[in-house]
Design a protein around this ligand. Structure first.
Ligand code: PLP
Length: 384
């Protein structure tokens, strides 16, 4: 029986425990498994290689992405590390010009040392993507909406460029989750998640995921997952399954709140710029509406000159100044010194991550309370 998305969130993956009838997948807190004789294991050998609780969350995330094969990692960056390990010396990746700072860091300061290089491109400009392709390019790595400027890249169009030239298309889908966007159905080859964010949803677990459809690609990734070893622990696998059950109801509220706040901000007179692809005035609006079922709940903005952004952060009461995003609580951050500090200042400026940029992860509190908190903090931050 094929079921719809909200039912899949509850019954997808491995539904409960067949042996006991427990409605939740048990936490198999074990490192190894008894073998009945030489070469006679029961399907499980060692928990780096495979663990039933991890297998359940891997299948769950694969089902949600409408993919065949899922892999769970100890963090989003462990997932990214494993995907980048598909490449070899001399290979090059095209990457979106605003991406998560940690993704930039591992490319620039880890894989570059192994001569796996990258080329930064504004991937919302399809002509620029195509122009950047040469023989050494092996993959196009995009984030959409991208972190922190919410730039929207057309996944289907980039995927057809990838197909045309035989390059892998990798999409970091952290900001929207499969509840709102399913890149594999748009032609992408690999989907990556930081499950730390919306999938977990409660700011209590670090995790990462990879989903693919191609069997050969999946086999290589499973090999790398076991060889590199950055796997998700059983307890953390359980926490992510638990988080995913409420993904739908959380995302609906996240998106509704973000829409209300983005509209309020842009008509408030307090800001010189709002980045949110759910606003009709946003350059990404049209593509976003076509390829996703919502614009997500990340908003970036720049205050008018007369407000001191440093002071603004200090005046917030309800909204917490912290790294990360996608939890039930609203978080605010300063990309230039926090999430994107790993990107050199000149590159930051070039791509528009100005020092004044503020990034807001809209939680599921009452939107009116969040707006009141933002407004009082802005007013108190007025320069003397
Ligand atoms: C947080 C994040 C990552 C890294 O994930 P971790 O779980 O922190 O390792 C990757 N991509 C995006 C878009 C993120 O927001």
């Amino acid at each position: 029986m094929s079921i719809r998305l909200n039912s899949l969130l509850i019954h997808g993956g491995i539904d409960g425990d067949e042996k006991t009838g427990a409605v939740n997948v048990p936490v198999y807190q074990t490192s190894t498994y008894k073998q009945d004789g030489l070469g006679k294991d029961r399907g499980w050998e060692y928990s780096r290689t495979g663990n039933p609780t991890r297998a359940a969350v891997e299948k769950m995330v694969a089902d949600l992405e409408q993919g065949q094969y899922g892999l769970a990692f100890a963090s989003g960056l462990a997932a990214i590390n494993t995907v980048l390990s598909l490449f070899k010396s001399g290979d090059k990746l095209i990457v979106s010009d605003n991406i998560y700072g940690g993704t930039f860091r591992i490319l620039d300061n880890v894989f570059k040392n192994f001569n796996i290089t990258y080329k930064i491109v504004d991937t919302s400009d399809l002509g620029a993507v195509e122009a950047a392709i040469d023989d050494s390019v092996k993959a196009i790595y995009i984030e959409t909406p991208a972190n922190p400027l919410l730039t929207v890249t057309d996944i289907a169009a980039v995927s057809s460029i990838g197909k045309k030239y035989g390059k892998l298309v990798i999409v970091d889908n952290t900001f929207l989750t499969p509840y709102l966007q399913r890149p594999l159905t748009l032609g992408a080859d690999i989907v990556i998640h930081s499950g730390t964010k919306y999938l977990g949803g409660h700011s209590d677990t670090i995790s990462g995921f990879v989903v693919v459809n191609d069997k050969a690609l999946a086999d290589r990734l499973y090999y790398l997952q076991n060889a590199i070893g950055g796997v998700l622990a059983p307890w953390d696998s359980f926490l992510i399954i638990r988080g995913i059950k409420t993904l739908g109801v959380r995302m609906d509220r996240h998106v509704a709140n973000a829409g209300a706040i983005a509209r309020w901000l842009s008509s408030s007179g307090y800001v010189s710029r709002v980045y949110y692809p759910g606003l009709e005035t946003d350059p990404g609006y049209e593509v976003q509406s076509r390829q996703a079922d919502g614009a997500g709940a990340m908003i970036s903005f720049v205050l008018e000159d007369k407000y001191d952004y440093r002071r603004f952060f200090e005046e917030l009461h309800l909204i917490t100044l912290a790294e990360s995003l996608g939890g039930v609580e609203s978080l605010v951050c300063h990309p230039a010194t926090m999430t994107h500090a790993a990107i050199p200042a000149d590159i930051r400026r070039e791509v528009g991550i100005v020092d004044e940029l503020i990034r807001l992860s809209v939680g599921i509190e009452d939107a009116e309370d969040l707006i009141e908190d933002l407004e009082q903090a802005i007013l108190r931050s007025e320069k003397k």
